[in-house]
Design a protein around this ligand. Structure first.
Ligand code: SAM
Length: 297
């Protein structure tokens, strides 16, 4: 393996890039984790076993990649930056259990699952602009990983672990907690990264729920979830009737307010309550109520 750059030294990384005529691209949320202790803690938290398949999103110059490859796993990395891709090829392509999936991970991950199956571990010090999207996209597509570990903006992490009745509780909280047990691992101060981001980051671990709480029509649940949180100040009845009005579940000529009241009563939900106080089971129950009411019409 060629000499690796000193991943703990911003000065060394800067020179490494300059020598190759490369520049950082702000639009790709590029902040390198230059703290070796934090990198080791993240790798430990993945609880890797030899031979496992692991995906890393956004390897950058390979700071995490190098550590991951010491674990005798099969590693696929997703990187969008052409310059970084050529560096990664130089540094790691001698490793036969290493492959690069080039391009925007939001466009490539589904195909990768078709080709390689769902990996055992899903990891990334994620670029801030795509963190919530990739997590939501995979869950919404019905794909869950045994264990996922992400470093993300602390605010996004707080939404992922938020409980009903708190300010951070959102449709994203419900979505994440539907599929996974989510727990914080550690906070990473801006100084752990180069360049320094403006925000604190947090690593979170997502462990696949043993029993995925199901409903009979996940697509109704996913759409309803967004609808019920669309305006936080409104009661569930108001958000629900606005959602029904635009849904295929409102019969032609039907009154969305009346249908909302009727379905909420069937599901045992107080129309004056607010979605931000609901446990997961309440959303699942309402989704099924909508689905079966539509089927029986
Ligand atoms: N893993 C490295 C580390 O910890 O030092 C770099 C992490 S940096 C926060 C995010 C990385 O994701 C960068 O390498 C960036 O080029 C890459 N990236 C950004 N958007 C991406 C996308 N849509 N698909 C794939 N990679 C992306």
């Amino acid at each position: 393996m060629p000499d690796l750059p000193d991943y703990d030294s911003p000065a060394a990384l800067k020179t490494f890039l300059e020598v190759r005529g490369m520049a950082m691209q702000k639009k790709f949320g590029q902040n390198f984790l230059v703290n070796g202790t934090s990198r080791q803690r993240l790798i430990d938290a993945l609880e890797l076993q030899e031979g496992q398949s692991v995906w890393e999103i956004g390897p950058g110059l390979g700071a995490m990649t190098a550590g991951l490859l010491t674990k005798n796993i099969n590693l696929s990395v997703f990187e969008i930056d052409r310059g970084f891709i050529s560096v990664l090829k130089d540094l790691f392509s001698e490793s036969e259990n290493f492959s690069i999936i080039e391009g925007d991970v939001l466009r490539t991950w589904k195909k990768a699952i078709e080709l390689k199956g769902i990996p055992d571990r899903f990891f990334g010090n994620l670029p801030y602009n795509i963190a919530a999207v990739i997590i939501a996209d995979t869950i919404s597509a019905g794909v869950r990983f045994d264990r996922a570990l992400f470093t993300i903006q602390k605010e996004v992490a707080q939404r992922m672990t938020a409980k009903p009745g708190t300010e951070d509780y959102s449709s994203f909280s419900v979505l994440c907690q539907w599929a996974y047990d989510v727990a914080p691992v550690m906070d990473l101060a801006p100084g752990c990264f180069w360049p320094r981001p403006n925000v604190t980051s947090r690593a979170v671990v997502l462990n696949k729920k043993e029993k995925w709480p199901q409903c009979d029509a996940p697509e109704v649940f996913l759409s309803l979830l967004r609808g019920l949180f669309s305006s936080r100040r409104k009661t569930v009845k108001n958000n629900f009737s606005a959602w029904l009005a635009l849904s295929p579940y409102l019969p032609q000529g039907g009154n969305p307010d009346d249908l909302a009241r009727e379905l909420l009563q069937t599901a045992g939900i107080d129309p004056s309550s607010r979605a931000e106080t609901f446990e997961l089971q309440v959303f699942l129950r309402l989704a099924d109520t909508v689905y079966y009411a539509g089927k029986n019409k």
